[in-house]
Design a protein around this ligand. Sequence first.
Ligand code: GLY
Length: 482
Amino acid sequence: MDTKSTSEMDHKLLNASWPGKETDKPRGWVAATKERPLRIGIPNRATFVEYVTEDHGTHEIQGYCIDVFNASLRFVPYDVPHRFIPFGDGKSNPSYDELVRMVSEDVFDAAVGDITIITNRTRIADFTQPYAANGLVIVIPNRNSNSGAWVFLKPFTAEMWGVTAAFFLVIGLVIWILEHRINDDFRGPPRRQFITMILFSLSTLFKTNQVDTISTLGRMVMMVWLFVLMVITSSYTASLTSILTIQQLSSPITGMDSLIASNLPIGYQVGSFVGSYLTDSLNIAKSRLVVLESPEDYAEKLSLGPTNGGVAAVVDELPYVKLFLSDRKDFGIVGDMITKNGWGFVFKRGSPLAMDLSTAILRLSESEDLKKIGDKWFCKDGCEAGRHVSDPNQLHLDSFWGLFLLCGSVTLTALIIFLVKTVRQFVRYKKKQRDLMSQYSSATSSTRCAQAVYSFFDFIDEKEEAIKKMFKQYEDPPSIAV
Ligand code: GLY
């Protein structure tokens, strides 16, 4: 056959289609058949079920890890018939060491889930490349949570607030006594004097005194008071700044070293490798370890603290801790990541699937799909808001809404008082105007002004002094020639 006719034939041939409708040439190894699908063990998780679990209602196997596995399979150049077999009762997280051991003992052909790649396990089974990087972190209670509507009250104790408030009143009273006899601003009707006294005292805080002291004694008191205020306000500012910007974790545990050195109880997740890691690798006594069943258990034991039957810290993998912390502000991560691990899929020793799945995972992570799967499971309420790790130096509205609420309430109250007062004044004005109209049949020039019908908005636009003057005219009208 000459070269020309070969190329003509090539033109006519279609691409080869291999079993499983694959167009890539198979590599001569059949992973599984439809008759004997791959038996894949999956951890039937009871907590952090977003990662993997069996749905109690539909018995469907679902979760982030399952989606990653299925998406990776699309990059494997042959069909891999498989069935998922839940491992565990679904009431408590199963032992992951046990799951890996079952793969090595041919109970399962593979295991898919949030299975951490650790040395003990790689000795008995093959792992794929990690599809999720993580590590162990320490979680401790964060009792001095730096947010909260009333955080602005925290810099001072209740006594300090009390004494400061009392001093404002005392200084106002003393200045009034010292000034009353010589200063016109501190004279007048008792109500006005009382208001002047209070406002004078408060305005010293913002150095906006409308009224000046003129007595020598008064000035002397003011000088000392302003100095005290300066110290108090700068201390308040410094304290509030540190409360709002420094992560204040109230625990003797500051990292791995202090965790090991202390004799305090440590919690870890049931079924996880963390328990054996803490005892075998870090030589922490087994008696110090407390198995925790659920995130609620983490929160409860951390809140109780080591002296009340709780734990001083929880050690767990970052993905679980992120979920745990996502809706809890009273706990925080302390220190650096202790280990750097990853989650991978497990296969029997020598299975070429481990290699092919590794390549598939790499291709998946190079595409956008891996991120999309993460978003689907962990960013249901908007990814950016959920994932954003807040900068400790940023102040949030959470810490100030109490202040805004206070300010808004005062403003609203003032507005309501003003409106009520003005409406009452307007009603009174209209009544007087009607009385006057019925009293006099013909108007003089002075009453013509009074008879002018004001709309409410014209009325409130008018200077109050003019309105009062008008009332005076109504009450004491000029004599009219009839
Ligand atoms: N991610 C839990 C474990 O592998 O032990």
